[in-house]
Ligand binder design. Structure first.
Ligand code: UD1
Ligand code: UDP
Length: 376
């Protein structure tokens, strides 16, 4: 099969690594980077750390309002799909790149696989929730990371093409953790000791675009009485600059880190405080207690089994959750056994035969490519 994979944002690069490796043993892959994330520390570092092949196309879309960003991706992806004529498109997660990839494939009647299907926050004010709902509605193959995702899809009447395969992010952790433990020097560089610090990340729109929520979070971090390592997403850095926030010395406010350094930081943290979906699951994989800076999580299993406490942005609740955070007794393998990528690649052959092929590459698309609007 010729499979076209769409990636664009940080977690998608990490999810792509194990899938790309398994996929290229049996199929041809065309890798398309939408350009949603573009800073070296948000993009290039992951291709290096995880040895992901160079993308065949970089659409260079960049940042912008959701409509324009998603629309630009959709238009450029359509051109690439018309040129490449893949048998299947793979999207992952819940970003605007996911949404654009799903719509572009569906409009051209190209079978679509969605990795991390069925995750739901039940909060439609989250841009990610809209992206997931749409992607799952048009996907032919829906790969779920946990039982709750299968149940969510069933409640929406989606049962065909649904497979519980586990989480490819767990595959990535199992592959790269030994390398992170061996090579990363980040703890020494930051002057923190194993189990002697809290690792924090914040980037959700609800927390960064609401100055009061962000202020409450960072004030709480600044008044904890143990070291905090805080790799700051560019969105959050901009919001903090707007607020004029400065941090006391025990908060190591640093640039975003590469994947191996992040795994090393997660692996040795006493507690992880985050609003990230990927980081929440990684905390579970690594057996580190997690405090979620939201009122809900898509990954309910992490709460059910006692590894994750929902604290919202209330300083009292965050402080109490951090103070009481302890490893729970059991960590059932609800996110699979680290072979999700293999399972996905095996199941790809169940993709439906396209009802009709997309039109032959049109002059327009070919012309744009020659003019260099697509950076191949
Ligand atoms: C996006 C995803 C979110 C995911 C997150 C992973 C959507 C709607 N959101 O959020 O689901 O959890 O990625 O990190 O797709 N910026 C830079 N450099 C970059 C990238 C972004 O400076 O390389 C800044 C820009 O100011 C930009 C802002 O970050 O406007 C937000 O970036 P964007 O990709 O729109 O959303 P994220 O918050 O990163
Ligand atoms: N991550 C990283 N460096 C950082 C912050 C996060 O490598 O400075 C990794 C993290 O380990 C996880 C992924 O990025 O694998 C999660 O991405 P993010 O939190 O941006 O998005 P989400 O998972 O919430 O969509």
């Amino acid at each position: 099969m010729k499979v076209l994979s769409v990636v664009g944002a940080r977690p998608e690069f990490i999810q792509a690594a194990p899938v790309t490796r398994a996929l290229r043993q049996r199929h041809q892959e065309v890798l398309v980077h939408t350009g949603q994330h573009y800073d070296d520390l948000m993009s290039r570092v992951f291709f290096q750390d995880l040895a992901i092949p160079e993308p065949d196309y970089n659409l260079g879309v960049g940042s912008g309002p959701h409509g324009r960003q998603t629309g630009d991706m959709l238009a450029r992806l359509e051109e690439v799909l018309l040129i490449e004529q893949p048998d299947l498109v793979i999207v992952r997660g819940d970003t605007n790149s996911t949404l654009a990839g799903a719509l572009a494939a569906a409009k051209l009647h190209i079978p679509l696989a969605h990795i991390e299907a069925g995750a739901r926050s039940f909060d439609r004010s989250m841009p990610e929730e809209i992206n997931r709902l749409v992607a799952d509605r048009v996907a032919d193959l829906l790969f779920c990371i946990a039982p709750s995702a299968v149940e969510n899809l069933a409640r929406e009447g989606i049962t065909t093409g649904v497979h519980y395969v586990g989480d490819v992010m767990y595959d990535a952790v199992l592959t790269f953790l030994p390398r992170a433990r061996e090579r990363s020097t980040i703890l020494a560089r930051l002057g923190v000791a194993p189990r002697g610090y809290i690792l924090a990340t914040v980037h959700r729109a609800a927390n960064t675009d609401n100055p009061r929520a962000l202020e409450r979070i960072v004030t709480t971090l600044a008044t904890l009485d143990e070291p905090v390592v805080f790799p700051i997403h560019p969105r959050t850095r901009k919001a903090l600059a707007h607020l004029g926030t400065t941090f006391p010395p025990h908060v190591r406010a640093i640039e975003p880190v590469g994947y191996l350094d992040m795994l090393a930081l997660e692996d040795s943290a006493r507690v992880i405080v985050t609003d990230s979906g990927g980081v929440t699951r990684e905390a579970y994989f690594l057996g580190i207690p997690c405090v979620t800076l939201r009122e809900e999580t898509e990954h309910v299993e992490t709460v059910i089994y006692g590894w994750n406490t929902l604290a919202g942005t209330d300083p009292v609740r965050i402080r109490a959750a951090i103070a009481h955070a302890r490893p729970a007794s059991a960590r059932p393998p609800v996110f699979g056994d680290g072979t999700a990528a293999e399972a996905i690649v095996t199941l790809l052959k169940r993709a439906p035969i396209p009802s009709h092929r997309p039109a032959h590459p049109c002059q327009h698309a070919a012309g744009r490519l020659l003019e260099g609007s697509l950076d191949r």
